[in-house]
Design a protein around this ligand. Structure first.
Ligand code: UDP
Length: 360
């Protein structure tokens, strides 16, 4: 295994290279929060927000709390790739950035990559090489395509770098770590000192589910609810708007040990995470935050794109149709000691230093 790449020589003052970063969803705003101000300091840089996530509780609260104001806010209010591409493309053609930085694997990321290609900009892909190893997962084909299109691929771990080397991608691959580590560690210190609005039980597990395979599929949702019923712990569940809509329209109820609350801002969410015993989730970002804050995680899916956390035994898969006991899995994972974070440290500084090496 190679170590993380350290780039110490900061070449100051070259601001002639126009650079654009494009994001469009809640997790992307969160992960870019420490990176955007640092890249603004060093480059002639613009931050474009496409608006795949657009409700105040999924967007504005995070932009305000994390203080990452977009230079362009397209308000696409849609996840339609063609619609987003058509909005981003003319602006990129006008800005003519030499490089476009794209985060992750959402429809907004795909649209941004297509627009960057049209503007003849080079693509730098953050979170390159993560894989569910299941092409039926909607994000998987997007990740693979963007990794093929990118000239520079910033992998969050050595494992992702290995994946990219097996896939023989054309671009240059670097291991930078995952930007979530900086944001999560910095803001969890603030979260630890704040009181929470929610009345919390003395001990609880933290639950989030939002993926279509779990919440748009009534069979899987009901299987999950049956599993939650068997767990001998209180479970705090901030309910994603997509999940809320489905629960209301299908009149699906959760058992009494599950305490449902509205989705919360990032610092409040970290407060809930810090005080929890264990995490149950289908969110990719939360699998990363759990290992960063040393909380055991159970991923309510048949696969994961965070295999590092599974290899470290910080995370286990538990798909809804599993016939074994979720309660036993919870008790087993509560004994887990998490010693290592596979996603690096000081990631935003290292990423910006690497950009300076590549671009200047
Ligand atoms: N999150 C939050 N408030 C909530 C629920 C989640 O701030 O009420 C954060 C969480 O900490 C993580 C991100 O939202 O950083 C995860 O977003 P999501 O589950 O939408 O996306 P995914 O991680 O699956 O891409």
């Amino acid at each position: 295994m190679t170590g993380y790449i350290y780039y110490c020589e900061l070449s100051m003052g070259n601001s002639n290279n126009r650079l654009v970063t494009i994001a469009g969803t809640r997790p992307e705003i969160i992960k870019l929060a420490d990176f955007i101000p640092k890249v603004n300091e060093k480059f002639d840089h613009s931050f474009i927000y496409t608006g795949q996530h657009f409700s105040p509780r999924m967007k504005d609260i995070f932009i305000d709390e994390l203080n990452v104001k977009p230079d362009y806010d397209f308000k696409c209010n849609s996840s339609d790739i063609e619609l987003i591409r058509a909005r981003v493309s003319p602006v990129l053609k006008e800005l003519r950035p030499e490089y476009v930085i794209i985060y992750g694997d959402t429809n907004s990321s795909m649209a941004a990559a297509l627009a960057a290609q049209e503007a003849e900009s080079k693509i730098i892909h953050l979170e390159a090489g993560i894989r569910d190893f299941d092409i039926a997962v909607p994000e998987e084909s997007i990740r693979i395509k963007i990794d093929e299109m990118a000239s520079h691929l910033f992998a969050p771990s050595d494992l992702c770098k290995s994946v990219l080397s097996y896939e023989n991608v054309a671009g240059e691959v670097y291991v930078t770590g995952n930007l979530i580590v900086d944001v999560c560690l910095r803001l969890s210190r603030i979260a630890a000192s704040r009181d929470l609005r929610v009345d919390l039980p003395a001990e609880y597990l933290l639950l989030t589910i939002h993926r279509p395979e779990n919440v748009d599929n009534p069979k899987n949702l009901k299987l999950l609810i049956k599993h939650f019923e068997t767990v001998n712990h209180k479970i705090i569940f901030p309910v994603h708007p997509r999940t809320q809509k489905n629960l209301r329209s299908r009149k699906i109820e959760f058992p009494d040990n599950v305490i449902m609350i509205d989705p919360v801002g990032y610092i409040e969410f970290l407060g809930l995470l810090l005080r929890s015993k264990l995490v149950l989730t289908d969110s990719g970002g939360l699998q990363e935050e759990s290992v960063t804050l040393k909380k055991p995680c159970i991923t309510l899916r048949h696969t994961s794109a965070r295999w590092e956390t599974i290899l470290l035994k910080a995370n286990v898969l538990f798909p809804p149709d599993r016939t074994s006991s979720l309660s036993e899995t919870v008790e087993m994972m509560l004994q887990t000691k998490i010693e290592r974070n596979p996603y690096g440290d000081d990631v935003a500084n290292k990423t910006v230093s690497l950009l300076e090496r590549i671009i200047n």
